[in-house]
Design a protein around this ligand. Structure first.
Ligand SMILES: Nc1ncnc2c1ncn2[C@@H]1O[C@H](COP(=O)(O)OP(=O)(O)OP(=O)(O)O)[C@@H](O)[C@H]1O
Ligand SMILES: [Mg+2]
Length: 243
């Protein structure tokens, strides 16, 4: 079976080699748990291995994303120039000077049809092997009833055009779930990132909740965020009574 490596130290071991190709994986967690850094590391690793990528920005300005990635050692500008990487700007709505320099802009964020069209264009132009949507929650947060439909459409486009995808899902600190029933069952995989206060200290951990098409590790592992991104510790286990 073909797999796509996350490239995050320690993570691919837990996935028995990587994410099965074309899977759409929900990357779920509370605020500050590392979802954005995880997904940027995933995209950048692909670029260094010759695998084009698309990053859909719904939460942060594309300029901010390039800057944050560069600060972690992941400079995407050269890949953008070569057409191997694209940021879909679903943040600015085309407003502002900086937005005028973006190539893939969703001008009306509430128009899901336009969103899908711009996404398709970016995926086709780059020949994307990897895609990230940060965050998918933004697409249905005010209308939970459309969540499943949005997700099925996204899945069709992403997997249909050959991408293996991470969809960032924002959940509240106390939420046991991963983003709502319509979403959790529709996706092929769920990776949950957590922050827990243990003895007065915040501890990061992650667990793979499901991954269609492969065996995967079932334990909760600690991870760290460093100046060069995320490191997962497959040999260490975190015991919390969260669930
Ligand atoms: N250079 C660094 N070294 C160590 N930790 C860092 C570094 N940069 C960021 N962090 C940690 O990463 C966190 C932010 O991670 P990230 O932006 O990926 O979170 P997120 O899950 O996307 O949050 P949100 O849901 O709010 O967007 C910061 O709160 C900080 O704890
Ligand atoms: Mg984020």
């Amino acid at each position: 079976m073909e797999r796509v490596k996350t490239g995050i130290p320690g993570m691919d071991e837990l996935l028995y080699g990587g994410i099965p190709k074309r899977n759409v994986v929900l990357l779920s967690g509370g605020p500050g748990t590392g979802k954005t850094i995880f997904s940027q590391q995933y995209i950048y690793y692909g670029l260094t291995k010759g695998e084009p990528g698309v990053y859909v920005a719904l939460e942060e300005h594309p300029v901010q994303i390039r800057k944050n990635m560069a600060s972690l050692g992941w400079d995407v500008r050269e890949y953008e120039r070569k057409g191997l990487f694209a940021i879909v700007d679903a943040f600015t709505g085309g407003i502002g000077e900086a937005a005028k320099r973006e190539k893939y802009v969703v001008t009306s964020i509430d128009d899901f049809g336009e969103f899908i069209d711009v996404l398709k264009e970016a995926l086709r132009d780059t020949g994307a092997v990897r895609a990230v949507v940060d965050s998918v929650s933004t697409l249905y947060i005010t209308k939970p009833s459309v969540a499943r439909g949005v997700m099925m459409n996204l899945k069709r486009v992403l997997a249909g055009l050959g991408a293996t995808s991470l969809l960032v899902s924002q959940v509240s600190v106390t939420d046991r779930g991963f983003g709502g029933p319509g979403v959790e069952h529709a996706v092929d995989g769920i990776i949950r990132l957590d922050l827990d206060e243990i003895n007065g200290e915040l501890q990061r951990s992650l667990i793979i909740w499901k991954m269609r098409g492969t065996k995967h590790d079932m334990r909760r592992h600690p991870f760290e965020i460093t100046d060069r991104g995320i490191i997962v510790y497959p040999d260490k286990i975190v015991r919390t009574t969260r669930y």
